[in-house]
Design a binder for this molecule. Structure first.
Ligand code: ADP
Ligand code: MG
Length: 384
């Protein structure tokens, strides 16, 4: 049994002297394939982790928001009409959700929130979306706003972009809100259509091995911004609205047309990556052996390493060792420059493969990685 809702409810009661109105939980995520495609109007294929942020909350009538976290210092208490720039640090993700709802015209008088998350913070597994989405769902239910899941995802992203000031796409919040157990979530970033894609890993004796390399390279933020700018430049030179519109069959001609080897390689990553998402989805929809998608996952890693240049020695090593130890496919997941890898492995080999990666990290003088297996979990919901 998951005890997190009980623990966070008890923490709320300890802080406020009364039980919360309810407890809501939202998951972190791993992107199986489709990296840096979201801001190119492309496709992504993430799934939700069984790791979640739980938020215990009660309404307030006085305009104030208070926030506590079992993972961070606090409490944080706002004034009656909080504005961007007035709350720094972690509580901005929670207060930002209330701010965004108010800006959109919803009546959110005030809120007491206590959160407790088992998504590791800053590991690339989207603890930030888990936190925002748990808060957004809590606000929605506490004030009876009756917003659809995709609307809540959009509001959560607005909080992160405009209140916290982090430029992110909509993938993390969408999968955190809408994920289904034993499904990947195909998200089309042009139409924002979402489609759950069933994958019964257990029935095929498979598991997804997540390795947190614990590397956090400094160029994470700058690297992300530069890649976005390079993609925009490529689209402009090709005269297309977004790199989504470039035909993979004509990639060589498109690369010649952008006339810059670096921009050309960025272009090739995005265009082939979108094609790889399509190929994985086609294969899984056909209902065959999920092992067949393994090579495509590894091709994605090669593309990110050589063309998009967002890998790093720790990510490369985790992928190489996993493949050499029997993984069917492996790649970095998330923005790159550190964070996690995901590998498709036979379930009974997950332990030995994780151990092999840990040994290789020790030999290389890297920090000890954190390995775990995950089965695609469900999305945000009320848990108490
Ligand atoms: P990721 O989303 O990959 O974990 P981010 O940098 O986007 O990395 O978000 C991490 C930040 O989110 C943390 O530094 C912290 O500010 C905030 N955060 C997430 N979960 C919690 C939590 N349970 N308590 C406090 N802050 C949290
Ligand atoms: Mg994040």
């Amino acid at each position: 049994m998951n005890r997190a809702p009980l623990r966070v409810a008890a923490a709320f009661e300890h802080a406020h002297g009364r039980p919360p109105a309810g407890v809501w939980a939202a998951p972190g995520r791993v992107n199986l394939i489709g990296e840096h495609t979201d801001y190119n109007d492309g496709l992504v294929l993430p799934f939700a982790l069984p790791l979640r942020c739980s938020a215990a909350a009660s309404p307030r009538a006085d305009g104030i928001v208070t926030a506590r976290s079992l993972q961070a210092p606090g409490p944080v208490r706002t004034g009656t009409s909080v504005q961007p720039g007035e709350v720094s640090g972690w509580a901005g993700y929670v207060v930002g959700v209330v701010w965004a709802m108010r800006v959109e015209g919803f009546e959110v008088p005030g809120l007491d929130v206590v959160v407790d998350s088992d998504v590791p913070l800053g590991a690339g597994l989207s603890s930030s979306a888990a936190l925002e989405c748990a808060a957004a769902l809590a606000v929605n239910d506490v004030f009876g706003l009756d917003l659809a899941s995709l609307e809540l995802a959009r509001i959560a992203r607005r909080a992160e972009n405009e209140f916290v000031g982090a430029p992110t796409g909509l993938m993390d919040q969408t999968v955190s809100m809408l994920a289904q157990e034993d499904h990947l979530l195909l998200i089309d970033h042009r139409s924002m259509a979402v489609e759950p894609i069933r994958v019964d890993l257990a029935a095929h004796g498979l598991a997804l091995l997540i390795v947190d390399t614990r590397a956090r390279h400094r160029n994470v933020d700058g690297g992300y911004g530069r890649r976005r700018a390079e993609c925009a430049e490529a689209a402009q030179r090709l005269g297309v609205a977004a790199l989504r519109d470039v035909d993979p069959q004509g990639i060589d001609a498109a690369m010649a047309q952008v006339a810059d080897p670096v921009i050309g390689r960025r272009l090739r990553h995005v265009v082939t990556e979108i094609a790889r998402v399509r190929s994985v989805v086609t294969s899984l929809r056909a209902g065959g052996d999920p092992r067949l998608i393994g090579p495509t996952l590894t091709e994605s890693q090669v593309s990110m390493r050589d063309d998009f240049e967002i890998s790093c020695p720790e990510l490369d090593l985790a992928v190489e060792v996993a493949l050499a130890s029997g993984a069917h496919g492996a790649r970095l997941t998330g923005g790159g420059f550190g964070g996690c890898t995901v590998a498709l492995v036979d379930a009974d080999t997950a332990g030995p493969i994780g151990a092999a990666v840990a040994d290789a990290f020790a030999s290389a003088g890297f920090r000890a990685p954190a390995c775990s297996t995950a089965r695609p979990a469900g999305g945000a919901r009320r848990v108490r």
